[in-house]
Design a protein around this ligand. Structure first.
Ligand SMILES: [Zn+2]
Length: 356
């Protein structure tokens, strides 16, 4: 009997509930809800072979190794600044009405921002799906601690650990929030493995339905971190502006980014073909640290915001294919919005990865 798989989880995310997001001009309930990880935890608790643990605190250092300090401050203070200014009554999430996009300055040399961090929010966000509420800062901090604690368990000898992160992270870039993401949990773990774990080469495999634009941006010019992503073709799917096959990194990072844009209704056969290519890239890179998996289940056939066609059993096969590398792995929760199926899908992936 192999050792139980550590599952790192925290209740801090329960206080992060965004209420609404905009889709095609309509206000809809947030897909990214606390129930997503609650159902996964319930499913794993009902199955044998998992050991549940609270995260240990790692402070701000690992976050500031990846993200700009001013962006981190906005996440921390936007809510309380809005309340103090009377700009919010606490009943609704903060969603900016103004965004500082790249075309704003033109030739102007602009450097000033309003003092209220709630008014700065639009300078750090790229979409309307990433609301800030009273519990956002605590949840985002805890998700980072969950990810780092999972990494510690694998560095200490576990073959596999699962960080039940919420909010997810792979859309968050160095100085930008978005896509339900505040801090990039996977990137923070990769940087931590480099700085604290003594690793020279770290690989991140992103199997979420969406392109992990944040992770790609963070390691774009880095030769020491491999970023591989299988996702819906951005020609039709969020985040639209990145994730094309032509994006391969630059400078020392040239060839260290690779993207596999997938057609609508891609099932296991097509998925496994792209995954096999990605796994060969991992082998060729020869990481000397545990493999980091950005695991999203929005690739599921019935996901309400996805259009791929993976079934629950397919996640077990994907897990087996990844495990065939023989590498230890840190699995970090990203997306997945078919709440009723998330528990079975996560259990299938982990079962495939641990080989039983
Ligand atoms: Zn996703």
């Amino acid at each position: 009997m192999s050792s139980p798989v550590p599952v790192i989880r925290s209740d801090a995310h329960l206080a992060h509930r965004g209420l609404v997001e905009l889709a095609a001009g309509r206000e809809i309930p947030c897909w990214e809800s606390p129930e997503r990880v609650t159902v996964i935890e319930d499913a794993l608790r009902a199955a044998p072979g998992f050991a549940f643990e609270a995260p240990t605190e790692h402070g701000r250092g690992p976050i500031l190794a990846v993200h700009d300090a001013d962006m981190v401050e906005v996440v921390e203070h936007a809510w309380t600044d809005a309340l103090a200014a009377g700009a919010a009554d606490g009943s609704r999430p903060l969603i900016p009405d103004t965004y500082l996009i790249g075309a704003y300055p033109g030739a102007m040399q602009l450097g000033e921002l309003p003092a209220g961090r709630h008014l700065q929010l639009g300078a750090y966000l790229f979409d309307t799906a990433t609301p800030i509420v009273a519990g956002t800062w605590g949840a985002a901090r805890a998700a980072v601690d969950v990810a780092l604690t999972a990494a510690e368990r694998v560095v200490a000898g576990a073959a596999l650990a699962y960080g039940l992160c919420r909010p997810p992270g792979h859309h968050a870039a160095r100085g930008m929030l978005g896509g339900y993401c505040y801090f990039n949990n996977a990137a923070i773990v990769a940087e931590w493995l480099r700085r604290e774990g003594g690793a020279q080469r770290v690989a991140i495999l992103d199997i979420d339905y969406h392109h992990g634009n944040g992770t790609q941006q963070l390691f774009w010019e880095r030769g020491d971190v491999l970023y591989l992503s299988l996702h819906a073709d951005p020609a039709r799917a969020y985040p639209y502006f990145s994730g094309y096959a032509s994006e391969v990194g630059a400078g020392e990072g040239h060839g260290r980014t690779r993207n596999w844009p997938l057609s609508a209704r891609t099932g296991l056969d097509g998925y496994a073909t792209s995954l096999a290519e990605a796994l060969r890239d991992v082998e060729a890179f020869a990481p000397d640290a545990p493999l980091i998996i950005s695991a999203g289940f929005d690739t599921f056939e019935h996901d309400p915001i996805g259009d791929l066609a993976l079934r629950t059993d397919d996640y077990a096969e994907i897990g087996r294919l990844i495990a065939s590398l023989g590498a230890s792995a840190i699995v970090l929760q990203e997306g997945g919005y078919a709440v009723d199926a998330l528990g079975a899908n996560a259990l299938a992936l982990l079962t495939g990865m641990r080989g039983s």
